[in-house]
Design a protein around this ligand. Structure first.
Ligand SMILES: C[S@@+](CC[C@H](N)C(=O)[O-])C[C@H]1O[C@@H](n2cnc3c(N)ncnc32)[C@H](O)[C@@H]1O
Length: 355
């Protein structure tokens, strides 16, 4: 994704407003906005905060390392910003948690700008933001809106840490405590598809290295590690909030596991005995199939001989042909509530490239 998204186009049209000394872009999309804004605002020091590894990679190609923060909180960013542009996110708890971290980072008289596509509910945020301070609607167009906020003094005071919540998951007699930060997939409850996946795999003898691709709060990897003593999980996600949640879930259950930040399989090395996933097909409010399609095309090269793939997918998703193409076969292991569990095994004689 490199051309401009609608909110970025609207923001660039109004970027005269952002010609300040220090500007922070928060959760920019994976488009070309950082380089284009840099061209427009050559005297402004631009920094980026994101929880998404793909956006971090793009930011790092355009900005010095100390001006890019990829994390679940803002603690690595130093100093105050005259303007903060926050790209509206789908999850209201995430937006509110981030707002409480961002407002204290504004300089005196600094402005927070909220920009988002109409489908993300930017119009309704005009009213919701009034509890934070003085709000103005600055621009609309490109199917998007841009709001400005001058936070009240009470929201500029240093904020407490973003809080996690916990919920308990019980599937086939194995119970784990799951920690989730705001905005992480299925915040506060077990997803129906993930439950079907765990139930379908509850009789399998899962041992060795297991990759939980798109781990979210770490439910899948932690459940297997809690159930099978000889299972060693690696939890991978693009989202720093998800990865921090996954770390906390492992810790809450006294489990050992690796946690890897990666866009797709890009940062993954080594081979696994099992790859188990409830893979993504959304990014914000948009559907995005390329990440999971590439995952299904390439994941066999991360499985040893006899290695097993198990995924859950909505029935309407056409993953079966991709798995068949990569593995030479694909089994349907279970169906229910609109979801299907697919499985495939790397043939013993299958020779994949060394990773
Ligand atoms: C459907 S959720 C599943 C979460 C968790 N495994 C569960 O079952 O509750 C998909 C996960 O994939 C992650 N994801 C989205 N895009 C990704 C990408 N490009 N690379 C790796 N993970 C990604 C999301 O952050 C999300 O946590």
């Amino acid at each position: 994704m490199s051309s401009l998204t609608n909110p970025s186009r609207l923001m660039l049209r109004n970027c005269d407003e952002l010609a300040v000394s220090r500007l922070l872009l928060v959760m920019p999309p994976s488009d070309s906005v950082i380089s284009e804004l840099g061209n427009e605002l050559s005297d402004t020091e631009i920094s980026v905060f994101t929880t998404v590894s793909e956006a971090e990679q793009i930011a790092s190609r355009n900005l010095p390392a100390d001006r890019v923060a990829y994390s679940y909180d803002l603690s690595s960013l130093k100093g105050a910003y005259d303007s903060i542009v926050f790209y509206l996110q789908k999850s209201r708890p995430l937006v509110e948690a981030m707002m409480s971290q961002l407002c204290p980072r504004l300089s005196e008289n600094g402005t927070l700008w909220l920009v988002g596509e109409n489908g993300t509910g930017i119009k309704s945020w005009r009213k919701k933001l009034t509890k934070w301070g003085a709000v103005d609607s600055v621009a609309s167009g490109c199917h998007s809106g841009m709001l400005s906020l001058q936070p009240d003094d009470s929201f500029r005071a240093p904020a407490s840490e973003i809080k996690e919540s916990h919920f308990s998951v019980e599937v086939a007699g194995t119970i784990i405590d799951v920690a989730t930060l705001p905005g992480v997939f299925s915040h506060g409850r077990l997803d129906v598809g993930t439950r079907l996946l765990l139930e379908a795999l509850s009789k399998e003898n899962v041992r060795g290295q297991l990759l939980d691709f798109g781990c979210g709060a770490g439910v899948i990897g932690s459940w297997f590690a809690a159930r099978h003593k000889r299972c060693r999980p690696t939890l991978l996600d693009t989202d720093a909030m998800a990865l921090e949640s996954a770390r906390r879930t492992l810790a809450a259950n006294r489990l050992e596991g690796k946690v890897i930040a990666s866009h797709g399989l890009n940062n993954l090395k080594g081979k696994y005995d099992w790859i188990v996933s409830n893979p993504p097909f959304h990014e914000g409010i948009k559907t995005r199939y390329d990440v999971t399609e590439q995952f299904l095309q390439k994941c066999h090269s991360h499985l040893g001989k006899g290695g097993q793939l198990r995924i859950v997918a909505n029935n309407f998703l056409k993953y079966r042909p991709l798995i068949e193409e990569a593995f030479g076969h694909c089994e349907e292991l279970a169906r229910g509530n609109g979801f299907t569990i697919y499985g495939a095994t790397v043939a013993k004689e299958f020779q994949s490239a060394e990773i």
